[in-house]
Design a protein around this ligand. Structure first.
Ligand SMILES: [Zn+2]
Length: 72
């Protein structure tokens, strides 16, 4: 399945992990994140939850808040 482009943000943007309750935000959602955090492959995550959400419209503070939330 060639869907890697969906798992990395466009230039200057961020994407948010689609898994319910997961607030992971970054420029890329890695296979390692899916496997370690959710025990799933990217494909399984996509089937279950859909593709990562583009959050490029969020400002830096909102993104930091999401990131901080993800670490709690
Ligand atoms: Zn996640």
């Amino acid at each position: 399945m060639m869907a890697k482009q969906y798992w990395s943000a466009k230039h200057g943007g961020y994407i948010k992990c689609p898994v319910e309750g997961c607030n992971h935000v970054g420029i890329i959602i890695t296979t390692a994140h899916c496997r370690l955090e959710h025990g799933m492959t990217q494909e399984e995550v996509r089937k279950e939850y859909g593709l990562p959400t583009n959050v490029s419209k969020l400002n830096r503070k909102q993104i930091e808040r999401l990131k901080n939330g993800a670490n709690k």
